[in-house]
Design a protein around this ligand. Structure first.
Ligand SMILES: [Zn+2]
Length: 137
């Protein structure tokens, strides 16, 4: 059985390799900031899955023919993709507005959840709190 330390070191090596291959400089610094956060690894992995669009959103499930309808059942306002599911759904807007009013303001024209993550990290907002909140949604 692997020790927790060894598993973390392996995850770190995978992270560094993936970062080098996958990201431009902006996203690389954002991902490195995520990796350095003092939050549980499950939160980092959730953000990673959001980055790679591998979350079981209704849009992704419909692409895989597991659902016919991809509309968000919480608000019925549009397809439930990662941006909608984690940030833009009307039912979440009050939470985000209360906790991160500046982020809501500067991200209003964001077309991607990755952009929202970058804005949260680059603008020195409570990035750890932001990632915790994303994990609770
Ligand atoms: Zn919704």
């Amino acid at each position: 059985m692997k020790s927790g330390y060894k598993m973390l070191m392996e995850l770190e090596e995978v992270n560094e390799a993936v970062v080098k291959v996958s990201f431009g400089d902006d996203l690389k610094s954002t991902w490195n900031a995520i990796w350095r956060l003092q939050v549980p690894n499950r939160i980092k992995l959730l953000l990673w899955r959001a980055r790679s669009d591998s979350l079981p959103t209704k849009v992704n499930l419909a692409k895989r023919k597991l659902l016919i309808e991809n509309t968000c059942t919480q608000c019925n306002q549009g397809p439930e993709d990662r941006l909608h599911a984690l940030w833009a759904c009307l039912l979440l807007s009050t939470i985000w507005q209360v906790l991160f009013p500046d982020l809501v303001s500067i991200s209003s024209s964001s077309g991607s959840f990755l952009n929202v993550i970058q804005l949260a990290q680059q603008n020195k907002m409570r990035f750890d709190l932001f990632t915790w909140m994303v994990s609770l949604i």
